[in-house]
Design a protein around this ligand. Structure first.
Ligand code: RP5
Length: 164
């Protein structure tokens, strides 16, 4: 299976990335994580993206806060799909990172998930890899079913408690 390449702008983004790596672990998807910044270590971020396809990656996840240019910088240097996670890390509650990540110019797309959306970033990466991987698609189907069952269990509890 192709790996997921994960990069974060700072180790202060780690709690968000942990949500992604936990989900990938659950699904049995291999990944590689790095701390590379679009601003502080631009060469390393660029090299990771430029070499990603040759190094066995199938999709990239990039997480950053504040003036969050990392996902865009990765996307500029690969045609692998890039998923951006805007991180809440400033006085602007993540809105700065959201806009910096999502507002890409035509030609260089970044699939942006919600602010701090680490789990969804991993699930989207899994869904991209599952296009060519039936076993992984089956795992994703099973997860949807068990997630739905958990919600219906909560419905039954709330209904039993509150409905007349
Ligand atoms: C961004 O600035 C990082 O992605 C992080 O979210 C934010 C703050 O970084 P640190 O000052 O905590 O290293 O580049």
């Amino acid at each position: 299976m192709k790996k997921v390449g994960i990069v974060m702008g700072s180790d202060s983004d780690l709690p968000i990335i942990k949500k992604a790596t936990d989900m990938l672990d659950t699904l049995g998807i291999p990944f590689e994580v790095h701390v590379y910044s679009a601003h502080r270590t631009p060469e390393e971020a660029r090299d990771f993206a430029v070499n990603a396809r040759a190094n066995g990656f199938g999709v990239m996840i990039a997480a950053a806060g504040m003036a969050a240019h990392l996902a865009g910088a990765v996307a500029a240097n690969t045609t692998l799909p890039v998923i951006g996670i805007p991180c809440k890390s400033s006085n602007l509650d993540g809105l700065d990172a959201l806009l910096s990540t999502v507002q890409m110019p035509s030609g260089i797309p970044v699939a942006t998930v919600a602010i701090n959306g680490g789990a969804n970033a991993a699930l989207l990466a899994a869904q991209i890899l599952a296009v060519e991987d039936k076993a992984l698609a089956d795992k994703l189907d099973a997860k949807r079913k068990s997630d739905a069952a958990a919600v219906l269990e909560k419905d039954a509890k709330v209904a039993a408690e509150l409905n007349q």
